[in-house]
Design a protein around this ligand. Structure first.
Ligand code: ADP
Length: 413
């Protein structure tokens, strides 16, 4: 079928031939007239110049003109339907030339002119091979693809042919490529497996030590009364460490179960902090620390779960006593100033926390020094529990620390 474009090129070719012939014959007046008419016809029939963007990087074939195939209304309908989805989608023809991308794709990856080859947007060999395979076999395919910029993102990229059997007037095959962001799923998977690995490792250490002592007592130290006494002491310590870990793990899992349920009781922080101070007085005395509580006049009420808030302040004050021991004093201040959020500050005058550790303190099993934490009966889960409880309470944990001067943990309701 002769198109308007090829007729235009034909007239242009004829005009050029006439010009050449005129040059030879010298009969310029008649031939110049014919030349002009043919050139004008050529320009009219060629129509507007094809935009540069309408050619793919591989100089792939341009889309057929709209009148060759009635795709216009179909593309418009698809564009409207896919525009409502939040999944980025590209629609392309059998030559991998993009017809359009939906709004979600434009928002994520920027504008892309119709008529470009898909490789103008996606250069990854994995994606291009997959598209090639779908075009060749007509079968859907999917791969995982990672983008480094602007941040590490993992997509499941899928290509599939569109089933247009209900539209017999459409002869051309059409294909879609969608990208599903699975970065969050991957992150959660990694967190879960890290957590299981960490928890098992933490439990395995005291367990190995217990086994070692049992074997020694069954064998070489069978009749050594003195060694047995000593080993039993260490075994009790290890078993206690294991139960502390299990208790903290259970606390965390219970908190996770009700993470989406906001607390609905009203709690007065004044008696609550007083209770925590009394329960930690023996530890403070043992560590030779002066624990001082500064409370405002009257009640300081917040919406919360009493037992969980007791756990928050116990963990923070216990940490201040243990890790800030050399500062000798720990101050707990409850602030309830008009027009400002209620705050509880726990301050020690210990060695402080290097700033690179501060953002990670609430991660499970994160410790500035594992040996230090173990020697102080830590599990590495205390601040993770605090963070979970505060998230459920819509409260924030702020940490300010200065090396050599001390640390202040603030709970802001
Ligand atoms: P742990 O059971 O080890 O105490 P936490 O989650 O309660 O675990 O605390 C994590 C780490 O944060 C601790 O191991 C310690 O290194 C550091 N840390 C917490 N509170 C303080 C503090 N007041 N001063 C210095 N370091 C602290």
């Amino acid at each position: 079928m002769a198109s308007r474009a090829s007729a235009g090129w034909g007239y242009l070719l004829a005009a050029t031939l006439i010009a050449v012939a005129a040059g030879f014959s010298g009969d310029n007046v008649v031939l110049a007239g014919a030349l002009l008419v043919l050139m004008a016809l050529a320009v009219l029939l060629r129509g507007p110049a094809e935009p540069a963007a309408a050619r793919g990087p591989d100089d792939a074939e341009a889309l057929p003109a709209a009148d060759e195939e009635p795709l216009g209304p179909i593309v418009d309908t698809m564009r409207a339907a896919l525009g409502a989805l939040d999944l980025p989608i590209f629609v392309f023809g059998p030559d991998a030339i993009v017809l359009f991308q939906n709004k979600a794709a434009e928002k994520l990856f920027g504008p892309l002119a119709a008529g470009l080859h898909i490789s103008a947007r996606w250069r990854s060999p994995g994606i291009l091979d997959m598209i090639r395979e779908t075009l060749a076999t007509g079968e859907p395919n999917q791969i995982e693809h990672s983008e480094r910029l602007p941040s590490e993102t993992v997509y499941v990229v899928r290509t599939a042919p569109l089933d247009l059997s209900a539209l017999p007037m459409v002869k051309r095959k059409l294909y879609v490529m969608s990208l599903r962001d699975i970065s969050e799923l991957r992150r959660l998977d990694r967190m879960r497996s890290d957590f299981v690995a960490n928890a098992s490792h933490e439990l395995r250490t005291p367990l190995a030590s217990l086994r070692g002592f049992i074997e020694t007592m069954q064998g070489p130290a069978r009749n050594d009364e003195k060694a047995r006494e000593k080993f039993l002491g260490i075994m009790l310590e290890q078993a206690t460490r294991m139960s502390r870990l299990v208790d903290d793990l259970l606390s965390l899992s219970r908190l996770e179960l009700k993470a989406h349920l906001a607390p609905d009781q009203t709690v007065d922080l004044v008696p609550l902090i007083g209770h925590v101070r009394d329960s930690l007085a023996p530890l403070a005395a043992e560590l030779d620390i002066t624990l001082t509580v500064h409370l405002p006049e009257g009640k300081v009420e917040v919406v919360g779960d009493r037992d969980e808030l007791v756990q928050v302040f116990e963990n923070l004050i216990e940490n201040a006593c243990k890790y800030g021991q050399e500062g000798k004093t720990v101050d707990v201040t409850v602030l309830n100033e008009p027009g400002k959020p209620v705050e509880v500050r726990v301050r020690d005058n210990g060695p402080g926390i290097p700033s690179e550790h501060v953002p990670r303190l609430t991660e499970r099993f994160y410790r500035v020094s594992v040996a230090d934490s173990r020697s102080k009966k830590g599990t590495g889960l205390g601040l993770a529990i605090v963070k979970h409880i505060l998230t459920r309470h819509r409260a924030r944990l702020l940490v300010r620390s200065e090396i050599g001067k001390g640390t202040e943990f603030t709970v802001r309701f």
